[in-house]
Structure formats: structure tokens, C-alpha cells
Write a protein that binds this ligand. Structure first.
Ligand SMILES: [Ca+2]
Length: 430
């Protein structure tokens, strides 16, 4: 695939320029990543709304067999017509400028006994989700039987797929979903309507079983000293870097310290000279508008650190560009791999506190008083997938389960064009 080739070239370009004076940085990667996967098998951060919306986990849907589609209108915008409710993708939607809508499907093969149907919510605006509806069946496109009726239905998230069983299924050539009320906006939309026969349901079950790991990995229990699940008292802890930076590794002049605040003028990280394993790192950081930085642990190669480290992500979650990004790109996440349970980062200009425990395969993150992330690296044993089934970015293709739990610690520099500041960086080895 052309895109994969382009990605590979950009990756190589980014890595090979790490040491150059005017580094390409990895900003380019962000752009590539946000547009990654339109037609490749990359991460399910499927591009929508011009490539800005990244969805973490799109449900797998059954693409309808041949048929004829009709809808209450053509659709609110180009590419949002009724056919998009039957294309097997949660990333596309049927959207109309109205509080109600209907969509109609005629099977080309004749009558079908639909046992279950599903509705999947679309990418944005919960107010557009269906609230009250009827599913109808007909054999002449004139007389309709009510197969199911719902009122006051609530949805909890975007791209949510819910199945509804038809109590008394019958054979019909035409099916119609008639949405009579939405959740309040003057627009109504769904990402998908699946009409599933017993055969479809059986196939779906088979696929799901096949996609699951064949045997559940039983992980050996490891006795831990940590983790810190709250911010510790750091009295007596050692500074990770001396203020004269004499124990740090970085391109000359890039990192400076003033009033105890560490900052970088370029997208170059600050590295420890020493390797660490089993430690708790406590620090404060401050973002600027759009900051995208990180704390890098278990770094085995400081030149090609992206695939050879664990990155505890720092993001200005308030920035539009990051707010709509994949959750594993937001603050407190293990970048590309595990989202933080909560967005806890403060607004740009305010100091945040991070307590990061790295103990063998366990990574725990406390951000501003909340234990937001807990990872057991042994569960990240696939080159392509995270344990929840979501795809990883292409460049994180080394399974973390095989990554050494010892290495340098780093702070990412001025990345994505926005500065970052650190202070009170202290460490305790366990
Ligand atoms: Ca769709």
C-alpha cells in the first residue's frame, strides 16, 4: 500500500534526522498518524471530519448483502446519504437535517427473517442520536408490521453499537427503521443499521471467537513493592538531573535550567546517563497551548527511542487538536497503547504533578491526585493490537511484553511546536 510506504519513508526520515542540527522532529509523525488508516489496516483512528476525528475503537459491523436503500432525505451533506447506514462501517453515517428520519432496506435476494437488528451511534453530537423508533417489516412496501418499538432510549458514547432482538421475527422483503424522536438537535443521524438473520448472527459469533486470543495468557503473579497510587512525600528522594545538567545527555544548548525549571528549545529529549529499573519518578510539568511531550521510561535506544521505550504521555488536553485525537494520545496515557481513565491535566500555564511508578512490567501513573493509568506490559504482547483489540500506531510494532524493563529515563523536548517545562524531578529506586 502506498500509504504504508510513505509512512515508512517518513518514519525513516524522522529517525535518521534525530541527530541533525535542524531535526525534522516527530511532528511529521503526528500528521501522518492522524491521517493514517483511511484505507490501510492501520490503527482504528479512522479519519473522519477531514481527518481530525480519531475514534479509539470502532465496532465491527456486518456489511449488508445486496439491496436497495431509501431514506427520508438525501442526507445533510455529501457522503452522508442513507447508503452510509448499510455500508458495514461505523465511521460513516446517515445524517439528515431533521429531528426525525427513516431509512429503508429492500433485500435483493428476496425475503429475509431478521432476528436481531443493531443501531450504532455516529461520531459526534449525542443530541442527534435516536431516542424513539420503530422497526417495521413489509412485503409490498405499503402494509407495514411493527417488529419492534423503542422509546426513551439512551446512548452512552460515540460509535456505540447496541443490539435489539425482535420478539416475533417474520420473513419480509422490506425493512424500515422509523426514528420518530431524537435527543434534541435539529439533525438526526445513525452510523449504521444492521439487519441480522440467524445466519448472520452465527457468522458474527464465529468471527468474534476467531478474533479472540486462542488461549488466555495466564500471567505469573509478581510481588510488588509499589506502586504509588497517590503522590508520595518525596523528602529524601534524589533529583533525577542536577541543575547544571552535568549528569544528563542531550544535544548541546537545547536544554536549559532557570529557577529550577527545565525546558528545551528544540524537539530533542533530555536523557539520564544511567539506566534505571524499579523506580518511582515524581515531577511537576507545565504545558503551553497545544503541548505534546512525554516522560520516556525503559529507553533502550535514545536515538530511536520511539519504538524502544514506554512513553507516558503529556498533552495539553484542552487544545482542540488533541481533544479530538485518540484517547491514547491524551495526558497520562501510555502513548498509543493505553488511555488514561480520566483527563486530569490542568490548563496551560499551570503546574501539574506526575508520579510514575515503573516496576518490572508494571507502569502506574498518578496525575494531579488521580491514579489514572495502570499497565502490565506483559499483556501488550502483539505487534499490531492493544489488549482491548484496538490497533497500535504502526511505529510501535514491538510488543511491550518483550521490551526490557530497564533503561534510560528521558523527558521529551519542544515537540509539536509547543514548549514544555519540568521541575522538582525526583526519583526513588525501589
Ligand atoms: Ca455506516
Amino acid at each position: 500500500m502506498g500509504k504504508i510506504l510513505v509512512l515508512t519513508i517518513l518514519l525513516l526520515a524522522a529517525f535518521s534526522c534525530v541527530e541533525a542540527a535542524d531535526s525534522v522532529g516527530i511532528d511529521k509523525l503526528d500528521a501522518v498518524f492522524l491521517n493514517f488508516d483511511k484505507d490501510s489496516e492501520g490503527w482504528a483512528g479512522v479519519s473522519m471530519d477531514g481527518g481530525k476525528q480519531a475514534a479509539a475503537n470502532l465496532p465491527k459491523l456486518v456489511k449488508m448483502e445486496k439491496g436497495t436503500v431509501k431514506g427520508s432525505s438525501r442526507g445533510a451533506a455529501g457522503g452522508e446519504g442513507p447508503d452510509k447506514a448499510f455500508d458495514g462501517s461505523a465511521a460513516t453515517k446517515y445524517c439528515v437535517k431533521s429531528r426525525t428520519m427513516w431509512v429503508h432496506y429492500q433485500f435483493a435476494a428476496g425475503k429475509k427473517k431478521v432476528e436481531t437488528y443493531s443501531i450504532t451511534t455516529a461520531n459526534d453530537a449525542p443530541e442527534r442520536d435516536p431516542r424513539d423508533w420503530k422497526l417495521l417489516g413489509s412485503n409490498d412496501d405499503d402494509q407495514w408490521d411493527v417488529l419492534d418499538e423503542k422509546a426513551g432510549e439512551k446512548w452512552s458514547k460515540r460509535f456505540e453499537r447496541r443490539e435489539f432482538r425482535i420478539a416475533k421475527p417474520g420473513e419480509y422483503a422490506y425493512f424500515k427503521l422509523d426514528i420518530t424522536k431524537n435527543h434534541g438537535e435539529d439533525t438526526c443521524q445513525i452510523a449504521e443499521l444492521e439487519l441480522l438473520t440467524a445466519e448472520d448472527l452465527e457468522k458474527k459469533k464465529e468471527t468474534e471467537t476467531r478474533d479472540k486470543p486462542s488461549k488466555k495468557t495466564v500471567l505469573k503473579k509478581i510481588k510488588r513493592k509499589g506502586p504509588a497510587t497517590a503522590h508520595p512525600d518525596v523528602k529524601g528522594w534524589k533529583p533525577l538531573f542536577s541543575e547544571d545538567l552535568s549528569n544528563a545527555d542531550f544535544p548541546k544548548g537545547v536544554w536549559t535550567v532557570s529557577n529550577g525549571e527545565f525546558t528545551a528549545s528544540k524537539d530533542q529529549a533530555l536523557w539520564t546517563n544511567k539506566d534505571y529499573e524499579n523506580f518511582i519518578l515524581d515531577l511537576e510539568f507545565k504545558t503551553d497551548n497545544g503541548s505534546n511531550s512525554g516522560v520516556l521510561a525503559y529507553v533502550t535506544d535514545t536515538r530511536k527511542w520511539i519504538p524502544n521505550s514506554v512513553e507516558i504521555q503529556i498533552t495539553d488536553d484542552f487544545a482542540k487538536k488533541w481533544a479530538s485525537a485518540n484517547p491514547t494520545w491524551r495526558c497520562g496515557a501510555i502513548f498509543g497503547r493505553l488511555a488514561a481513565s480520566k483527563s486530569m491535566v490542568k490548563k496551560p500555564g499551570e503546574w501539574n504533578r506526575f508520579t510514575i511508578t515503573c516496576e518490572g512490567p508494571f507502569i502506574d501513573v498518578v496525575l494531579n491526585g488521580e491514579h489514572v493509568t495502570a499497565m502490565d506490559m506483559r499483556r501488550w504482547d502483539s505487534a499490531k493490537k492493544n489488549p482491548d483489540g484496538s490497533n497500535k500506531p504502526g511505529w510501535l510494532n514491538k510488543p511491550l511484553s518483550k521490551h526490557p524493563t530497564r533503561g534510560k529515563i528521558g523527558l521529551q523536548g519542544k515537540h509539536a511546536g509547543a514548549p514544555i517545562w519540568f521541575r522538582n524531578i525526583k526519583i526513588k529506586e525501589l
